[in-house]
Design a protein around this ligand. Structure first.
Ligand SMILES: Nc1ncnc2c1ncn2[C@@H]1O[C@H](COP(=O)(O)OP(=O)(O)OP(=O)(O)O)[C@@H](O)[C@H]1O
Ligand code: NI
Length: 277
């Protein structure tokens, strides 16, 4: 469905106002995402998760140096295809709440997302209403402008927009940050539901604990590199079937597993270090 092959990304880093260097933000990432699965991409802040999402959607900042291949349904996903499919076949629930249009009320904004996906305007209004109800956005929230919404409400509006897009591929970038447990569960269940309908769902999160119950596979990222891709069931007991010490440390650091956060910060960066350690 979606294949990422040796994707590397460098972005400019201004070491002083006249001197620009290129910082490697993604380093030879190769990933495959299949229809019908929730594939979680998990890593600490700055690991490169959002940039991976932007690279797939064609929303990287410029200038950027990108190498490697991205394929979608067997064909290269180039810039013109990304433009054509974005908001239709490819949907992103962005991490930043600034993605909401400050000049449109909630309901209109969700209806636009549905219309963009190809619904007639009447259908779009219905689809928007269903999605808004699903995410428990009440009449007041539906009439509100984005600055009048709480962070958690705004995040649910973004989820509703992705929901109405009818996309084949949904990338949800930290979709549950700031949500209470009930709403978090609704969003996660909705993502699982999309995968069960045969769609491809990429769940980006720093929280392995929330991802595991709905994920089929998990990719752990660190410092722009993909550390390991494993089935979600590998994250159990002592994590012995995980091949990488950092993935194991992330798993063991979860509160129910002994809470050894020391292990995460001291996990070796590379396999080479792991052998040395
Ligand atoms: N527009 C940009 N220009 C330069 N560097 C950037 C830009 N956006 C991100 N970076 C750098 O790329 C790295 C990865 O960023 P990214 O946003 O993908 O991390 P992330 O894994 O999504 O983190 P978080 O969990 O905090 O959202 C970071 O070191 C960040 O500083
Ligand atoms: Ni991010």
């Amino acid at each position: 469905m979606l294949t990422i092959d040796r994707l590397s990304l460098q972005l400019p880093l201004y070491v002083s106002w006249w001197k620009r260097e290129w910082a490697t933000c993604l380093n030879e990432c190769s990933l495959k995402f299949s229809a019908g699965e929730v594939h979680a991409v998990v890593g600490a802040s700055g690991a490169g998760k959002s940039l991976l999402a932007y690279a797939v959607m064609g929303l990287l900042p410029t200038p950027a140096r990108l190498s490697g291949q991205i394929g979608y349904k067997g064909e290269p996903l180039n810039a013109s295809r990304q433009r054509k499919l974005r908001g239709r076949e490819l949907a992103l629930i962005p991490q930043s709440l600034n993605a909401l249009d400050p000049l449109a009320r909630t309901k209109r904004q969700v209806a636009w997302a549905a219309q963009r996906a190809g619904h007639s305007s009447r259908h779009a209004r219905h689809a928007a209403q269903r999605a808004l109800d699903h995410y428990q956005l009440d009449a007041r929230a539906q009439q509100a402008y984005s600055h009048e919404l709480s962070g958690g409400m705004a995040r649910r509006v973004l989820a509703a927009m992705a929901h109405v897009s009818q996309a084949q591929l949904v990338i949800a970038d930290e979709p549950t940050v700031g949500l209470d447990p009930l709403h978090r569960q609704r969003v996660l269940d909705a993502l699982r539901g999309l995968a069960d309908q045969g769609k491809t769902v990429i769940l980006i999160t720093h929280d392995l604990r929330h991802a595991l119950p709905i994920a089929d596979r998990v990719t752990i990222m660190r410092n722009g590199q993909q550390v390991e891709t494993a089935p979600a069931r590998a994250f159990q007991d002592s994590g012995a079937s995980l091949t990488n010490t950092y993935s194991q440390a992330l798993w063991l650091a979860l509160p129910d597993n002994g809470f050894s956060s020391h292990a995460v910060s001291h996990a070796p960066q590379t396999e080479q270090e792991a052998t040395v350690a």
